[in-house]
Design a binder for this molecule. Structure first.
Ligand code: TXA
Ligand code: MG
Length: 345
C-alpha cells in the first residue's frame, strides 16, 4: 500500500488535507496523527472491521483494548453510561489533555475496540490537529500509539514513517509531541478511581481533585504469567528498543561511578548512555534526556530509537525520580529495560 504523508501546521490547518485524512477514517481506512502525548494510529471507533486493521498493522495482540478519541466533553457521554460524579470531576479537571478515563461503555462501541470488556477508555486530546481530524472524520477515533507492537511509542512523524509506511493509508506529520509519554489512564468505572498508567497528568494532580485516587500495583512491577491485570496492556513487553537497556538510579556521583564500571565491563560492544546529569563518558554514545523528569518524558522514546539507529547494543540510563513526572518516566524506563534496575549508592 502507498502511504500518503501530509505535513500540517497546527496553527493553520490545511482544510483540504485534514478532510482527506478524515475521509480515509470515515471510509474504514487507517490514518496516523499527532497528539500532545504520542502519535496515534486511528480508525473509526464505530467500525469493527476498520479497528481490526489497526491490530494487523501494529502486530498487536487482539486482547489489548484501544482508547477512543473524541473532540468534546459531550461526546464522552454519547458512548459511555453510569458516569459517576467523581468521574465527572476528573473529566472537568483534565480534559482536554493527556488524560484517559475508563468508563462503562454503551453498546454502540464494537467489541473489537474494547476486547469485549464492558468498559471503554476515552480520551479528549488537546492537540489541534488531532481535534480537527476527529471533527473531519465525524466519528470517534480508536487509536493506540502508532508504533509496531512492543517498540517505543512514536513522538515524531519520522518514527511513524519508520514503523508504519506501507501498512496504512496516511500519516499526518504535525511535528514533535510535547508530553512524549502516553496519557495518564484512570479507571473511573468503579467507586474509587485507580491510576493504571502514569503520564502527563501526575498522581499529585489527580489527588488534588479526587484525594481517594489509588495507584494500581502493576504500575511499577511486572505482571506474573498467571495474573490478569486491570489494564491488559500491562502484560506485554513495551517500549523495547533493540538495544539492551539497564537503568542506573541514584544521585550523580554514585550513578556516574557505577556507569563507568559497567562501560568498562562492556568495552567490547557498542555502548550508549542516556544522561540526566552533566556527564562525560569515554567510548560511549551519549544522548541527553534533559535535566528534569518533564524533559526526560519528552525525550525518552526518541532517544531509545536513536540508540538503535546508531547501532548501540547496550544502553545505561541515568535516572533519578525528581518531580511529578518521575513516575511516568520510571514506568516506561523500567519496562524498556525489562526491569533491569541498579540502585547506585
Ligand atoms: O496518549 C495515549 O494514550 C496514546 C495516544 C495515541 O492517545 N494512546 C495510547 O494507546 O497509548 P495504547 O493502545 O498504546 O495504550 C492504551 C492502553 C493499553 O495498555 C490498554 O490495555 C489500556 O489502555 N486500555 C484500553 N481500554 C481499556 C479498558 N477498557 N480497561 C483497561 N485498560 C484499557
Ligand atoms: Mg502503545
Amino acid at each position: 500500500m502507498d502511504t500518503e504523508i501530509f505535513a500540517l501546521d497546527a496553527e493553520n490547518i490545511d482544510k483540504a488535507l485534514i478532510n482527506k485524512a478524515g475521509n480515509i477514517i470515515k471510509n474504514g481506512g487507517l490514518a496516523a496523527f499527532p497528539t500532545e502525548t504520542v502519535y496515534g494510529l486511528g480508525a473509526s471507533a464505530l467500525d469493527g472491521g476498520a479497528v481490526k486493521k489497526i491490530y494487523a498493522a501494529k502486530g498487536r495482540p487482539s486482547d489489548n483494548p484501544l482508547i477512543i478519541h473524541v473532540c468534546s466533553k459531550e461526546q464522552i457521554f454519547e458512548y459511555t453510561r453510569d458516569v459517576s460524579d467523581t468521574a465527572k470531576k476528573l473529566i472537568d479537571a483534565f480534559m482536554p489533555g493527556p488524560f484517559t478515563v475508563i468508563l462503562k461503555k454503551k453498546r454502540v462501541i464494537p467489541d473489537e475496540v474494547t476486547a469485549k470488556m464492558d468498559t471503554v477508555a476515552v480520551r479528549f486530546p488537546e492537540n489541534k490537529i488531532a481535534c480537527a481530524l476527529i471533527n473531519a472524520a465525524g466519528v470517534p477515533i480508536a487509536a493506540p500509539s502508532a508504533n509496531l507492537s512492543g517498540k517505543p511509542s512514536p513522538t515524531e512523524a519520522k518514527h511513524v514513517i519508520h514503523d508504519m509506511r506501507g501498512r496504512i493509508e496516511c500519516i499526518i506529520d504535525g511535528g514533535s509531541c510535547d508530553v512524549g509519554v502516553e496519557s495518564t489512564i484512570v479507571d473511573a468505572s468503579g467507586e474509587i478511581p485507580v491510576l493504571l498508567r502514569p503520564g502527563g497528568v501526575t498522581y499529585d494532580m489527580l489527588k488534588s481533585v479526587v484525594p481517594e485516587t489509588v495507584i494500581d500495583a502493576h504500575v511499577l512491577k511486572s505482571v506474573a504469567a498467571d495474573e490478569q491485570p486491570k489494564c491488559p496492556g500491562m502484560k506485554y513487553r513495551h517500549y523495547a528498543p533493540d538495544a539492551d537497556v539497564t537503568v542506573v538510579e541514584g544521585e550523580k556521583d554514585a550513578v556516574q561511578k557505577k556507569i563507568r564500571e559497567l562501560l568498562y565491563e562492556n568495552r567490547n560492544t557498542v555502548t550508549g548512555v542516556l544522561t540526566m546529569y552533566e556527564s562525560a563518558y569515554d567510548d560511549a554514545v551519549i544522548i541527553s534526556a534533559g535535566k528534569t523528569n518533564r524533559e526526560y518524558a519528552k525525550n525518552l522514546f526518541a532517544a531509545l530509537r536513536k540508540f538503535d539507529d546508531l547501532g548501540v547494543k547496550v544502553v545505561f540510563a541515568e535516572f533519578c525520580d525528581r518531580d511529578g513526572y518521575g513516575l511516568a518516566v520510571k514506568n516506561r524506563l523500567y519496562k524498556s529495560a525489562g526491569n533491569k534496575v541498579i540502585h547506585a549508592e
